[in-house]
Design a binder for this molecule. Structure first.
Ligand SMILES: Cc1cc2nc3c(=O)[nH]c(=O)nc-3n(C[C@H](O)[C@H](O)[C@H](O)COP(=O)(O)OP(=O)(O)OC[C@H]3O[C@@H](n4cnc5c(N)ncnc54)[C@H](O)[C@@H]3O)c2cc1C
Length: 413
């Protein structure tokens, strides 16, 4: 079925929907949003555990990774409140600066975007339409998606990455870009749990810790938060953030946990000395039960080579010093990371060198990029959705401007 639109947006996720709203507002007359799923914005519904952490009060370049320079996008859209308020969506921030819809429901965010696009009267959604090719023609682009062949003046690739395919993005956007000769940096899962040795015995235990990622012996990144032990590794928001900073080649990487980050090494040693004094007749495991989870206590004792069957009184100061040191630096060798199905975002994507300041392709005039398909990913805390929305808004605005310039030239001729 042949169709003609001014602008075609491939991908109806966070970036594609923001792009549609912005292009319509900036004067684009007809916009097609195509998505491979049976409804648009599916992934948005599961973000932030169904609450959608859509942005942050602390937006800054330092929370982003990858080749793409986010500066100009963040400078233009440092705050999305006005954009959402115009769509009728109010937000509030928690004590960490994470911004959520006031309704605390991700569906409100999707509805606001969808209604905003629909109410403009310029946007049409095509679902269950997997885009299989984008090619340049003399007036713009031809987009093939399912039964449709859409001819348009400009197109936006907003197909997301490879993470959480069950909610939409399947990595096919990268192939569309590569077929147009656009370079894509190798992709790998980010914001995911890390696979590590020796965690099985304390599976499901949670511990407030300071976690430090060390790669090739260098300190890469430190995060404070709740670490969750799993049967095959480490999880939790702070581990997700460490995974974002861990290069794809994770050989020689380790995560060191400080299980008592509010105490110095000396204070931990003194704490252990005190407990030993009060609980001489207890077994070491019992002595630690007011400080650590039982499974962790056993693991610490094993690591410190302290027999669990002798009374505490038998432990000398070198035993306690060793135990204190392990508590402050419990190291796990990292052997891998969770796969895309369990990751929140994709590291890698369309590289910075392919994209101009308006988010247009340097190789194909009229082709724009937005969201996770670009080689940039952020930490947990609303940074990824902020970038998806902000880059969508910018790409929509740039596409509308280009199309209106094209139209003027056409009229003059
Ligand atoms: C479980 C989970 C929770 C998350 N929570 C948060 C959070 O609270 N805060 C935060 O900032 N980030 C969060 N993220 C990350 C965030 O969801 C993404 O960074 C963001 O959705 C990226 O937006 P996007 O529009 O670029 O891509 P997507 O949202 O992935 O949208 C891409 C769309 O393109 C469509 N598509 C792909 N290829 C094609 C094709 N070939 N043809 C047609 N359609 C296609 C897909 O179906 C999809 O709808 C979370 C991610 C997950 C998986």
């Amino acid at each position: 079925m042949k169709k003609r639109f001014d602008l075609t947006i491939i991908g109806g996720g966070a970036a594609g929907l923001a792009c549609a709203v912005s292009a319509a507002e900036k004067g684009c007359k007809s916009i097609a949003v195509i998505d491979r799923m049976n409804r648009i914005g599916k992934k948005l519904l599961v973000t932030g555990n169904g609450r959608c952490n859509l942005s942050s009060r602390n937006i800054s370049e330092e929370f982003y990774h990858g080749s793409f320079n986010v500066k100009s996008v963040l400078e233009e859209y440092p705050d999305l409140r006005l954009f959402f308020e115009k769509l009728g969506l109010y937000t509030s921030a928690d004590s960490m600066g994470r911004i959520y819809p006031l309704s605390n429901t991700a569906a409100s965010v999707l509805d606001a975007l969808r209604f905003g696009a629909e109410k403009s009267g310029k946007v049409r959604f095509f679902t269950e339409a997997q885009c299989t090719s984008v090619s340049e023609n003399k007036n713009g682009f031809t987009v093939k998606a399912g039964e449709y062949e859409i001819v348009c003046g400009a197109a936006v690739l907003a197909c997301g990455g490879c993470a959480a395919t069950v909610h939409g993005s399947d990595g096919s956007g990268f192939a569309l870009a590569e077929n147009l000769g656009i370079s894509v940096a190798k992709t790998y899962p980010a914001l995911c749990s890390l696979i590590a040795d020796n965690t099985k015995s304390h599976d499901r235990v949670r511990s407030k810790s300071a976690a430090t990622l060390k790669h090739n012996g260098l300190l890469e990144k430190k995060e404070l938060g709740e670490v969750q032990f799993t049967k095959n590794g480490l999880s939790g928001i702070c581990i997700f953030n460490l995974s974002a900073a861990l290069p794809d080649n994770e050989r020689n990487a380790a995560v060191s946990l400080d299980l008592l980050p509010n105490y110095t090494l000396h204070e931990v040693y003194e704490m252990l000395l005190n407990v030993q004094l009060y609980r001489k007749r207890d077994l070491p495991e019992e002595m630690l039960n007011g400080i650590f989870n039982g499974k962790i206590a056993l693991y610490l004792l094993k690591k410190a080579n302290i027999p669990v069957s002798v009374h505490c009184a038998k432990m000398d100061y070198t035993d306690l010093k060793r135990l204190a040191a392990i508590t402050k630096n419990l190291e796990f060798k990292i052997t891998g990371r969770a796969d895309f199905s369990k990751a929140q975002v994709t590291a890698g994507g369309i590289i910075d060198a392919e994209i101009d300041k308006s988010l247009m392709s340097k190789k194909h005039k009229g082709l724009f990029f937005a969201g996770e398909i670009i080689d940039v990913w952020g930490d947990c805390g609303g940074y990824n959705l902020h970038f998806a929305f902000a880059s969508g808004l910018k790409a929509g605005k740039s596409a509308a401007k280009l199309l209106s310039e094209k139209e003027k030239t056409y009229d003059q001729n």
